[in-house]
Write a protein that binds this ligand. Sequence first.
Ligand code: ADE
Ligand code: ZN
Length: 327
Amino acid sequence: ERLPALLAAMPKAELHIHIEGSLEPEMIFALAQRNGVALPYADVEALRRAYAFTDLQSFLDIYYAGASVLLYEQDFYDMARAYLLRAAQDNVVHAEIFFDPQTHTARGVAMETVVNGLYRATQDAQAELGTSSSLILCFLRHLSEEDAFATLEQAQPFLDRIIGVGLDSSEVGNPPEKFARVFARCGELGLHRVAHAGEEGPAAYIWSALDVLKVERIDHGVQAIQDPALMRRLAEERIALTVCPLSNLKLCVFPELAQHNIRQLLDAGLAATVNSDDPAYFGGYLNQNFTELFAAVPELTSQHAWQLAHNSFAASFVPDEQRRAWQ
Ligand code: ADE
Ligand code: ZN
């Protein structure tokens, strides 16, 4: 292994973590029991055996099934609390946390239940761990724009607890254009905007995330490599990519970690960052993403490590004053 001590010890921000993707199999079973929810898996081992993904959709099917055990405010609190404790061990000093409210409201869970549980965990983490964190509401792109508008309406009373919106779920066939109007409304409301683009989908979706949705960061974005003009734009405008190496490996975006293109992205001047995406499903939290990536790609140096940590703070949505204190 290379540089593991530096990679583990360096302070870092995590900008691409789905909180429902931090739900470990043990917690899924504990919550299922606590809430009386039946699961189509006999035990923790059987559930873990199902974590053999071939693409994004094969993962999403299991990820939404896992989230079905979340019913009460305390469930959301416990899930976020566990993630923030684990992240602190990896020297994550700031996290911008995605959540998927439609997964929960579709089951009759109130938006208030979701937001209150998650938000209380972020407040406690600040007080007890010194970890700052904030919440980004993601719209599910396999659902309609009308459904996204209804979700924004439900979130309206809680917008002081949400720093921005994102776009996730099944990418191919659900282009950014589908959400043009709801993202425009979010812009008027003063919310930060990000979107998953170019994970499995084409570079064209990255262009439209920037030009139509007006996003400030691209989640994943690794398919930008297919389009030299897009690469130049991302570099010139310092648009951050929140890259997730172990996710890309487990969802077969790259056949091997050694073939991951993050070094090419960095060397082309793009503001790439490293993130865990859904750590309970993809085999590791943030430091594991760093150490496995650096072990697999020998061209990555301590200079790249420093750049990645720097990029994570530079691309975060923290106020400039706090950012200056970190850098
Ligand atoms: N939801 C959770 N993880 C995701 C990913 N990697 N891509 C799209 N939607 C997601
Ligand atoms: Zn993601």
